[in-house]
Design a protein around this ligand. Sequence first.
Ligand code: COA
Length: 448
Amino acid sequence: MSTVFNFTFVPWFRSVAPYIHMHRGKTFVVAMAGEAIAAGKLQNIAQDLALIQSMGVKVVLVHGFRPQVNEQLKAKGHEAKYSHGMRITDAVALDCAQEAAGQLRYEIEAAFSQGLPNTPMAGSTVRVISGNFITARPVGVVDGVDFKHSGLVRKVDTAGIRRALDFGAMVLISPFGFSPTGEAFNLTMEEVATSVAIGIQADKLIFLTEIPGIAQDPAHPISEDNPIDTELPLAAAQKLLTTLAPPQNPTDTAFYLQHCVKACVGGVERNHILPFSVDGSLLLEVYVHDGIGTMVVDEKLESLREATVDDIGGILQLIEPFERDGTLVKRDRTEIERDVDHYTVIEHDGVIFGCAALYPYPEARTGEMAALTVSANVQSQGDGERILKRIEQRAKVMGLDSIFVLTTRTMHWFIKRGFQMVDPDWLPEARKRKYNWDRKSQVLVKKL
Ligand SMILES: CC(C)(COP(=O)(O)OP(=O)(O)OC[C@H]1O[C@@H](n2cnc3c(N)ncnc32)[C@H](O)[C@@H]1OP(=O)(O)O)[C@@H](O)C(=O)NCCC(=O)NCCS
């Protein structure tokens, strides 16, 4: 084996370790659009899910079947009928849905049963359990449209799902539900996945979809200047939804977003929209820092906020121990009083336990993140990361292209979060003049 490989593989594997630890024992609900299976992505998705499960994650997989049902309808010479963005399920469509679901379940179970040597599935043992976990009720007649056998989720058998997960199985759910009288209803996989995620209070709800995520400016197509918004705080996502027309097609911005918001409000902290077209998108989103799709996240806004003059005492108290041991440069009270508007803080019950400041250099389209600190007794709970994210958002709002930090001891923390080391010469002129050459701080930059 080449040494080059050792040098790339080992640091890479170690960089993934924190995410493996973080997700162990957590529950993910993965909602796979029927289009993903139609596009031939099932094998790869099954391999990635088997890998994720083997790293201790409990997985509920909900599959869609929109294109498969339409194909069956076409074969029977029937047309697919929709209204209000939902299928109208007449008797023929119900038949087609049952056939499509049966077929897909076989295919999915088969995909999880392979274990050929030299494939990612070698040695994997994924038990798939599916069942009647969903009780449904009819959609009924809406605005004069009779939806017939189309249904809505009435109840989720959360205890049953949990038991199957605790047994070590992967739970597979088709978008079907039954009424207490035994009548079958065709549901949408988005609603089923959202209801299941809320019901079992999953740690993540992940939609594997035909869209790459939500653009930073959703009014315009995704491009280099208008990339995917990797993280949408719940409040921002809710605001965005109010500006969008009710979705009719899965490619409409609001289509998956509305379910992410619903799940988030229902207590699912992290809700993702990922493209199935990118091979390994699940792994990239879950085990790489910046991810690849859009995550709607319930940020506890009450505790993460911009600082006010009332916080000066708290900030001083927080950073003092780190100034004393030389991790941070000394800042006096007048400096913090003058700059308090630049600070973001995390507060809990009146105590400041995290902070950072952003000093913009608009002429160089960059800004310095300074004094990033989390109180020693609450470190390693993700607060440093939350503050970093907020500073990145503030910098983006200011129109900056990057943020930089100067550090003597915390390089690795920043590198793991997308920063790159540069020469101090890179610094904006005004900052270079203040650079303390004796302190020999490393300069790290993150592009936004
Ligand atoms: C750096 C700091 C802000 C991170 O805050 P945090 O809330 O602990 O951060 P997170 O919870 O998001 O991340 C914690 C992870 O970073 C790691 N980490 C902490 N300090 C680190 C360092 N100096 N170098 C590399 N990794 C570090 C922790 O080990 C932890 O990893 P784990 O999850 O595997 O246990 C905090 O450690 C701190 O205040 N340090 C002292 C001040 C400082 O160095 N500030 C930077 C000045 S430039």
